[in-house]
Design a protein around this ligand. Sequence first.
Ligand code: HEM
Length: 238
Amino acid sequence: MELTQKNMSTSAVGIAGAPNLRFWNTTNGKKAIMAVTGVILAGFLVGHLLGNLQIFLGRDAFNRYAENLHNLPALVWGTRVVLLLAVGLHIWSTVQLADRKSSARPVAYQKYTPQTSTYASRTMYMSGPIVAAFIVYHLMHFTFGTGGTEYHYYDPYGNVVAGFKVLPIALAYVVAMGLLSMHLRHGLWSFFQSLGLNHPAYTPKLKGAAAVIAVLIFLGFASIPVAVLLGAVKQDIF
Ligand code: HEM
């Protein structure tokens, strides 16, 4: 077959006519990118949660923590760049894998009855975009101060309390945290599988570990809006 410029650039054929098997072009490569970026994002989540839980130590402790972070611009900007790259690559590999899946089955099942998948795994493509939308609102809310609730750059504690005193916002956060933890549970489980950790002896334990981590992260994050709604974390001075 004569190689035109078009099919040289879009097909999986390299210069010498050999298949282009660069790692990130393979399904396993894309799964690996998704797994590594997922672990980076989960690592950020754990750090962010531990920082946020300091809200229970009071306004001074929480605001001092935020100020200390802001005084480390290299850390803040380094984290932002890594997070942006990780989110971008995570979404990119998701889209590419979904595309491959639909090309492999161009005609949908007449009646789709999942046999072994969990509810979380079937909703990955729904929870992902909702979590992404949540992050956009969250940045407007607490980083840019354009989320529609009272905001003062120097008072992150006050911003969180003012934000979560609004019932629909607090509830939306709890729902988003629920979806995030379901996403995380399935993501962690897939990560263990990608590492080849699939064995009857420890598969149930790994599944359990993924569920426990996801539930702990949910409870940790959700405790903050709930504590504000119940008045346990409040605006003593403003
Ligand atoms: C109840 C839950 C949460 C609370 C109270 C909270 C609180 C905050 C606050 C106060 C900030 C602004 C920090 C500052 O500029 O001083 C912030 C930033 C941020 N949060 Fe959250 N957060 C929560 C959940 C989450 C979740 C679940 C994610 C990710 C899915 C997330 C991702 C981020 C990101 C990416 C930033 C921007 C960090 C930066 O400035 O580079 N947060 N959060």
